[in-house]
Design a protein around this ligand. Structure first.
Ligand code: CDP
Length: 229
């Protein structure tokens, strides 16, 4: 840690705005840990689907989460890794089935309370970039830097469609656009932990920028903090 203050960075925004790729690269470049809070909600949705649990049943979902270990770390090559009950789960968490289920699961107050407690614990020592929907507003309101990444629905749908196609899922662009628009609506409209820009977050529109340009923009804000600390 070399005496450097352990920076905490929050990155929020809607689906497909580029949060996870950008947050991952910023973390790498600054030597911080990357924590994907969305992967935790996805992990619960994935396990609930596997067990055939009713996704509208908050009691069952809360009980399932209490018995579920979710570990975010990196593999020996330094790539972010997620383990659910000791089992490494990768692309399964980004399947169309999980995409369709995750916002439902994430809408329950008791599920969120437990997830938020775990996320704060993971970030307690600092030195993290965490991405999600409510990180700057709720999970880490005292973060040193907050970013809110956004982009047009079209751009976000195209990115997500390409990602799914590269993973071998046969989906069409219109379906992907509808799915993310629906998820945005659920995420922004829910009573607990809604998708919202924190008043002190820096807004970055990524519609016409490639990932590396966005990464550089975030780093410009981060570097003075890293140097000063
Ligand atoms: O990668 P993408 O932006 O599509 O989604 P994600 O970050 O993996 O998050 C998946 C879903 O988890 C979101 O649509 C939200 O419903 C939920 N989520 C949340 O409620 N709060 C967070 N801090 C992160 C994700």
């Amino acid at each position: 840690m070399s005496g450097r203050r352990r920076l905490v960075i929050a990155v929020d925004g809607p689906a497909g705005a580029g949060k996870s790729t950008v947050a991952k690269r910023v973390a790498e470049r600054l030597g911080l840990d990357y924590l994907d809070s969305g992967a935790m909600y996805r992990a619960l949705a994935w396990k609930a689907l596997k067990r055939g649990i009713d996704l509208r049943d908050e009691d069952q979902l809360t009980a399932l989460l209490a018995k579920t270990s979710i570990v975010l770390d990196s593999d020996p090559q330094g790539r972010p890794r997620i383990r659910v009950d000791g089992q490494e789960v990768g692309e399964a968490l980004r399947s169309p089935e999980v995409n369709a289920a995750v916002s439902l699961v994430a809408g329950f107050a008791r599920v969120r309370a437990e997830m938020v407690a775990r996320q704060r614990e993971m970030a307690a020592a600092g030195g993290v970039v965490m991405d999600g929907r409510d990180i700057g507003t709720n999970v880490l309101p005292n973060a040193d830097l907050k970013f809110f990444l956004t982009a047009s629905l079209r751009a976000r749908a195209e990115r997500r469609w390409r990602e799914l196609r590269d993973q071998g899922f046969a989906v069409d662009l219109e379906t992907v656009a509808e799915e993310i628009a629906h998820r945005d609506q659920l995420d922004a409209g829910r009573a607990v932990g809604p998708l919202r820009q924190a008043p002190d977050a820096i807004l970055i529109d990524t519609t016409d920028s490639d990932i590396e340009t966005v990464v550089e923009e975030l780093l410009r804000y981060c570097r003075p903090r890293v140097c000063r600390s």
